[in-house]
Ligand binder design. Structure first.
Ligand code: HEM
Length: 509
């Protein structure tokens, strides 16, 4: 069956769980008052330990954790257990019991992120002689990677992650979607997606692609020998906190690409602020709403002004990416829209490149074999933990994908994270094995799309990979290098960042 099953929400009776599935594991609804009473679940760590010990049901019964006991009974399909579990709601008559099974313990689950889950479907579900209403929920928003890991193992090609949202994990289908050979999707990429829709026309996007690549290539080519080494030695102290250091390093190293030296100092300060408050892993979530809004307003206003000035006095060839954006657009183009396209470049330079560097260092430093060439390590980091892990596309005509009907109201998300862990294409896909890149075939593997595929494939793929490999190599040579991980969970947002870690460098001589 191509489509995965989901976390389940089982209810007995007619009413829906009014408290919202993300808040409770079980609720009991009294007949007339229709009030929900949450049965307090056991703590997360305890439940996780139960599951791992395989002692979940009995422990739940002993502790009288009604919600969990019911969940276990439903899990095992044991109607006698279900009756016993229901008696844990002692003395209460009920018309409905709803159980949330979305928050299944996972090594990635972040307890701070208890977001709402989405109800996708309902169907009847039998346990003994009893017919239950099964509500199908997606736990994707709460714990995306844990959800995908669970669902794909049972499913195969496509995981439904929301009412109208599908994640594609099959490499061939992923490439079909991204190349858009049949014209089934609107022709766009996430890079040119702004608050106002898709930046158009494509001819302007193509101009920007060409100019941006040219600038980056020239900039990297013109670096004097030894400059990168000097830069990294200067910027990295004996100890640094990552992944933030990775973002700051690539931002500073590539800064002249973003803003040429003749730009006002105020713009530089603005970009510094955006990096600190929006690009660093988890930074956005740490800001109060009012500050995020103020930064967004200020950014749009200041960048729009700068782009407007440049449009009145175009500079060719462009001296920085702000020129690239200003030059490529038609004169009547909204400047606030252009400022968002410019931010895509900033996020690519400081965000994507910085995170890939941090992932490469983290994986290299936390694994025993540390002698592999830097290029292999970067490729293996890109395969295992693709920073751009979701590439969304909007269908413009109904069509079938892996046997599932896609409508124009659906969103199809190609997921490099799933594609690149496909067991049919990679041996031991969940393991970090840089040595797999010694094989020529690995470089041609169709299940490797960290930079996308087709007409929208990243224009900087080779240059960015080479830069990260060079940085990694130089850091390895700076001295005795140690990596101490403080957590094992990645930070999952629009980009996927590695867990926090400390890098120490003991220089010799
Ligand atoms: C290692 C770092 C990077 C990663 C992982 C990355 C990833 C990607 C991905 C996955 C896409 C395809 C998006 C889609 O199909 O929806 C893309 C497109 C693109 N990227 Fe990158 N990128 C990186 C660095 C950069 C840099 C440094 C630049 C520019 C200076 C850049 C410029 C672009 C552009 C212009 C597109 C084209 C979008 C289009 O034609 O529609 N990227 N990138």
């Amino acid at each position: 069956m191509p489509v995965a099953a989901f976390g389940r929400h089982v209810s007995i009776g007619r009413k829906k769980n009014p408290t919202g599935c993300g808040q409770v594991r079980a609720c009991l609804i009294l007949p007339r008052r229709a009030t929900a009473i949450a049965a307090r679940p056991a703590g997360f760590a305890e439940r996780y330990a139960w599951r791992r010990a395989g002692a979940s049901c009995d422990a739940a019964y002993r502790r009288e954790s009604a919600g969990y006991a019911i969940e276990c009974a439903v899990d095992s399909g044991d109607s006698a257990r279900l009756d016993t579990a229901l008696t844990l709601f002692r003395g209460r008559t009920y018309t409905q019991i709803a159980i949330c099974r979305c928050r299944i313990a996972s090594p990635y689950a972040d307890q701070k992120h208890q977001k709402r889950v989405t109800r996708i479907n309902t169907r009847d579900f039998r346990i003994g002689g009893r017919v239950l209403k099964e509500e199908v929920w997606s736990g994707f928003e709460q714990d995306p990677l844990g959800f995908l890991d669970r669902e794909l193992s049972g499913a195969g090609d496509i995981v439904r992650t929301g009412r109208n949202e599908y994640c594609v994990g099959n490499p061939a289908e992923a490439r079909t979607v991204l190349s858009n050979a049949n014209g089934s999707y609107a022709e766009h990429s996430d890079f040119f997606h702004t608050r106002y829709g898709y930046f158009e026309p494509r001819s302007a996007q193509l101009d920007m692609r060409r100019e941006a690549r040219g600038l980056l290539r020239e900039y990297l080519k013109s670096r004097p020998p030894g400059e990168l080494r000097e830069f990294l030695r200067r910027e990295l102290g004996a100890s640094s906190r990552w992944p933030d250091t990775g973002n700051r390093l690539t931002y500073r190293y590539l800064f002249p690409l973003l803003l040429s030296p003749d730009r006002p100092q105020g713009l530089r300060a603005l970009l510094d602020q955006i990096v600190e408050r929006s690009v660093l892993a988890g930074a956005r979530a740490r800001q109060p709403r009012w500050r995020r809004m103020w930064l967004q307003f200020n950014t749009t206003w200041r960048l729009s002004q700068a782009i407007g000035e440049r449009q009145t006095q175009p500079r060719t060839p462009p001296a920085d990416l702000l020129d690239v954006v200003a030059n490529a657009a038609e004169p009547d183009r909204r400047q606030d829209e252009l400022s968002e396209v410019y931010l895509s470049f900033l996020f690519a330079v400081a965000g994507s490149v910085g995170f890939v560097l941090a992932w490469s260092l983290y994986l290299w430093g936390t694994h025993a074999r540390r002698d592999a060439p830097a290029e292999w390590i970067v490729h293996e980091a890109l395969r295992l933990w693709p920073v751009a892990w979701q590439l969304g596309r909007r269908p413009v005509q109904a069509h079938d994908l892996s046997g599932v009907r896609m409508e124009t109201s659906d969103e199809v998300v190609v997921c490099p994270y799933l594609v690149q862990r496909n067991a049919a294409h990679w041996q031991a896909p969940a393991e970090f094995r840089p040595e797999r890149w010694a094989d020529e075939d690995a470089w041609r593997n169709p299940a490797f799309i960290p930079f996308g595929h087709g007409p929208h494939r990243c224009v900087a793929a080779d240059l960015a990979t080479q830069l990260v490999a060079d940085m990694l190599q130089v850091i390895r040579e700076l001295g005795e290098v140690g990596v101490t991980a403080h957590d094992h969970r990645p930070t999952v947002a629009a980009a996927m960042a590695p867990p926090p870690f400390t890098l120490t460098i003991a220089t010799t001589g």
